[in-house]
Design a protein around this ligand. Structure first.
Ligand code: FES
Ligand SMILES: [Fe+2]
Length: 398
């Protein structure tokens, strides 16, 4: 089927100044660059001690995206998931707010909720029947008379800091941490995310990929406009220019824009005022520490990367396709599904077939004897920004 024009109100626009700067690069055969080449020791991808500090310093200190709000839309909906440091339950309370708990019974540590998602009013442990309300308080200690003297008020579920903002559920994976997503995002990214209306989209597909590759090697591939035509000659390489981008680096976050080949039509003239260029560029945000958010003309793709164990050579990537609800598109159910199913199929084929094998090879090489440092060029400035931020967080803990 042909592509569909969305009905109002869901429209996205490309930032005009970035498009102009991109056209200048295309005309001159140039790209944005940073000051210097960066070298990275392979140990940051393979050393268990560095990985431990990274889990604490990165995921135990700053908020990261754990879910989209549409994954638990109604009161008492929950999901469970593996976070970098804890198994977690994310639950929507009766008042619409969201809590995150460590998925562990306070008696002897049994997993409290086994299902991946569901709807409930009480958490009951399958082992000895202790039960907790949705606010995490221990409500029933079974056979309490014979159990002995414990302070029930102190045996609530362990809570992780959690906040819903801009349609995402953000978590810091340390019970002693605090959370302030707006402060973490900074005014620019808080504003960008607020302007996208992501809270009104729905998660059409959610893919989870466990790979034998360090999470930073995985994420690097999605902050990289330098590999497109080489690794993806018959897919993305046909549509997007390689090694041409404009980057705005905001410190912990960045946004960048790359030209689709259709932007070549503007090589001889600048876009008119009011001309929507969103279909001719790829706008991407790096939201530190571990998210790539891709803006397409009528949808967003969110990619998250994180370690899932103490093995630095293993990680998980989550991919979400966030789309406007069918009622906002003017499409019938079949056409709507067909459009996103096709989109999802292409995404998965490119990632699993073209990127992942290359990335697994890097992990293997860095686990072998004759490894040499990764070199990030001046043109690989997004990757440099990502590694700079992770190193800063990792080095802030002992
Ligand atoms: S471990 Fe949960 S009730 Fe015993
Ligand atoms: Fe790629």
């Amino acid at each position: 089927m042909s592509d569909v024009t969305l009905e109002k109100p869901y429209t996205l626009t490309a930032p005009r100044e970035m498009v102009s700067a991109l056209l200048t690069h295309l005309r001159n055969g140039t790209t944005d660059q940073c000051a210097d080449v960066m070298h990275l020791e392979p140990a940051i991808f393979t050393d268990p001690e560095i990985a431990r500090r990274e889990r604490a310093g990165v995921f135990g200190q700053v908020p990261f995206i754990a879910a989209h709000r549409s994954e638990l839309p109604k009161p008492h909906d929950f999901i469970t998931k593996r976070l970098p440091r804890n198994e977690a339950i994310i639950i929507r309370l009766g008042d619409g707010s969201v809590r995150t708990f460590v998925n562990m019974c306070r008696h002897r540590g049994a997993t409290l909720v086994a299902e991946e998602s569901g709807h409930c009013r009480v958490f009951s442990c399958a082992y000895h029947g202790w039960s907790y309300d949705l606010e995490g308080s221990l409500r029933n200690l079974t056979y309490a008379d014979s159990f002995g003297d414990v302070d029930v008020a102190k045996l609530g579920l362990v809570q992780l800091p959690c906040e819903e903002r801009h349609g995402f559920i953000w978590v810091v994976d340390d019970p002693d941490a605090t959370i302030d997503v707006a402060a973490h995002l900074g005014p620019e990214h808080d504003g960008f995310l607020a302007s996208y209306g992501i809270e009104g989209l729905e998660c059409y597909e959610h893919g989870v990929f466990d790979e034998p590759t360090n999470w930073k090697i995985m994420h690097d591939a999605f902050l990289d406009g330098y590999h497109i035509k080489f690794a993806h000659p018959n897919s993305a390489g046909k549509l997007i220019h390689t090694n041409t981008y404009v980057v705005e680096d905001y410190g912990s976050h960045a946004r960048f824009i790359s030209p689709r080949k259709s932007l070549d039509a503007w090589l001889e003239r600048d876009p008119e005022a009011g001309e929507s260029m969103v279909e001719h560029v790829m706008l991407t945000h790096f939201i530190g520490p571990n998210t790539t958010l891709l803006q397409l003309p009528d949808n967003f793709q969110v990619l998250n990367f994180y370690p899932i164990s103490d093995d630095p050579g293993r990680s998980r990537m989550e991919m979400r396709l966030l789309v406007p609800p069918r009622e906002r598109t003017g499409l019938d159910e079949e056409a709507w599904r067909k459009k996103w199913d096709k989109n999802w199929y292409i995404l998965q084929t490119v990632l699993a077939g073209e990127d992942f094998p290359i990335l697994r090879g890097i992990q293997q090489a860095y686990g072998s004897a004759a490894k040499s440092p990764t070199i990030l060029g001046r043109n690989e400035l997004l990757n440099q920004a990502f590694h700079r931020e992770v190193a800063k967080l990792r080095d802030s803990v002992s």
